[in-house]
Design a protein around this ligand. Sequence first.
Ligand SMILES: [Zn+2]
Length: 248
Amino acid sequence: MPLQTEKVYALAFGAHPDDVELACGATLLKIIDEGHNVAVCDLTAGEMGTLGTPETRRQEALLAASHMGYTSREMLHLGDSELLYNQENLNEIIRIVRKYRPETVFCNPPDERHPDHMKASRLVYDACFYAGLRKIETALEDEIQLPHRPRHLIYYIQFKQLQPDFIVDVSSTFDRSRSGIEAFGSQFHREENSDQPVTMINRKEFLPGLEARARSFGEQIGAMYGEGFLLSGMLGVDNFSAMFPPRT
Ligand SMILES: [Zn+2]
């Protein structure tokens, strides 16, 4: 029996639910606006986060997916705060890559504050490579899987102020991308004087800080808002004037 596939143009991985929306949500909306399918895969349920239960975080992730218009959202349970580099976890990610057969993969950057982000980055990089090797076998019983290697692997930027290799103009989608972030109500919303613990991301300064960075990236390319990315390999230029367009 063949593996049930759902081909997409872009597949975005995150170590935790909300990583993707915070770091590259506006770019994913732009890709959807350009007429391409986008799927998201969270490697863990974020069960070790200070706030929210695994069930609330799952519900919030699905709500974010419907606000954003993804064709699909998967949640693997590879272990929040114990996201190990092992064959079992690699195989789970290889299966997702072979299922969605993306041209472009987004994932956490290799240098980050949260150790899970760095581990996710390594796992996804390696899984994207191994998914293309015919002899790597992750099929379940009676299942046929075809090898697949994404053409592009791109790192988004999270907590650390990394120097991007390129910046996407997200002026047309930045405001809308907020609805994807706000779906994660347990993480970003804290009532004034509430006895909820204060975390890095529910402080009232966090979302304005995110906007300030998008403004700063935008400023560097003459746009209102931007999202920065790092390349995992060399970018080849085919259509030169499409990549470096004349002033209109
Ligand atoms: Zn995270």
